[in-house]
Design a binder for this molecule. Structure first.
Ligand code: 13P
Length: 258
C-alpha cells in the first residue's frame, strides 16, 4: 500500500452467494464488526448479487460499507433479455461495479472488447469500476503473464480518459489463485501489480499510475492479508470466499488499516 498517493480498498465479491435476507444479515454483521473503528484509511465495498442490491444498499446506509454489483450491460436500454443497465444500478444507490471478472471471462464469453464497452457504460452513468485482470495458470507457466495483463489492461481501458481513471480500481486476480486456496506469494502479487502500474504509466503518465488503486485477489484471507497488503504495489484486496464471513472480512479490513 502507498497511502500517500492512493486509497486502500477492501472489497468483497460475494459471487452467487446469499439471498436478500442473508445479505441483510451479512451486511449487518460486517457493520457490527467495524463499528467504533476508524475506517477512514480504507474504503470498504460489498459486491453482491443483483437481487440483493436494494436490500444491501438499505442495510449499509449510514455505515462505511459501500455497495457494488458484479456486472453491468454496456447498452443503456433495449432488447437484452436478462441484462441490467448502469442507470438501473445507479438509481438504486449502487456505487461500484466489478467488470471483467475471470469467471465471466471463463464461463460467459466475456472478452476484452465487451469488458471495455461495459467499463465505458458504467463510467458514463457515474458508477465506479473494479476492473479485473489476471493470467491463467498455463499463461504463467509459459511466462506470458506480463503480456496477458498488459493486453487486458490496455484493451479494457481503450478510450478511457485520464480524468475517468479516478473512478477505476484495478484488481489483479491470477486465475489459478481464485477459489483454489493457492495464493500468489506477496512478491508475485507485488510484481504483477507493479507491472500493471507500469502499463498505466505508459498509458496515462506517472501521476495517474501512482494514484490508481491496484488490488490483489485470489484466496486472500484473514491469515495472509497483512503480508500481501504490506507490499507497496498491493493497495487492497478483492476477496471472494473470505468476504462471506463477517469476522474474517473484518480481520482483512483491520490488516488494511494497520
Ligand atoms: P477467492 O477469494 O474465493 O479466491 O475469490 C477471489 C475472487 O475471485 C474475488 O473476485
Amino acid at each position: 500500500m502507498n497511502r500517500q498517493t492512493r486509497k486502500t480498498v477492501i472489497a468483497g465479491n460475494w459471487k452467487m452467494n446469499k439471498t436478500p435476507a442473508e445479505a441483510k444479515g451479512l451486511i449487518d454483521a460486517i457493520k457490527a464488526e467495524i463499528s467504533g473503528k476508524d475506517t477512514g484509511l480504507c474504503e470498504i465495498i460489498a459486491c453482491v448479487p443483483f437481487v440483493d442490491l436494494q436490500t444491501a444498499v438499505e442495510a449499509a446506509k449510514g455505515s462505511a460499507v459501500k455497495i457494488g454489483a458484479q456486472n453491468v450491460h454496456w447498452a443503456s436500454s433495449g432488447a437484452f433479455t436478462g441484462e441490467i443497465s448502469a442507470a438501473m444500478l445507479k438509481e438504486i444507490g449502487v456505487e461500484y461495479v466489478i467488470i471483467g471478472h475471470s469467471e465471466r471471462r471463463q464461463y460467459f464469453g466475456e472478452t476484452d472488447i465487451t469488458v471495455n464497452s461495459r467499463v465505458k457504460a458504467a463510467l458514463e452513468s457515474g458508477l465506479k469500476v473494479i476492473l479485473c485482470v489476471g493470467e491463467l495458470l498455463a499463461e504463467r507457466e509459459q511466462g506470458v503473464t506480463a503480456e496477458v495483463v498488459s493486453r487486458q489492461t490496455k484493451i479494457d481501458l481503450l478510450g478511457i480518459t485520464e480524468a475517468q481513471m479516478k473512478d477505476i480500481i484495478i484488481a489483479y486476480e491470477p486465475v489459478w489463485a481464485i477459489g483454489t486456496g493457492k495464493t500468489a506469494t506477496s512478491d508475485q502479487a507485488d510484481e504483477v501489480c507493479g507491472f500493471i502500474r507500469d502499463v498505466l504509466v505508459s498509458l496515462y503518465g506517472k501521476n495517474v499510475a501512482e494514484a490508481t488503486t491496484i488490488q490483489y485477489g485470489g484466496s486472500m484471507n484473514a491469515k495472509n492479508a497483512a503480508e500481501l497488503l504490506s507490499k507497496i504495489n498491493v493497495d487492497g484486496g478483492l476477496i471472494g470466499g473470505a468476504s462471506l464471513k463477517a469476522d474474517d472480512f473484518a480481520v482483512i479490513i483491520e490488516a488494511a488499516l494497520n
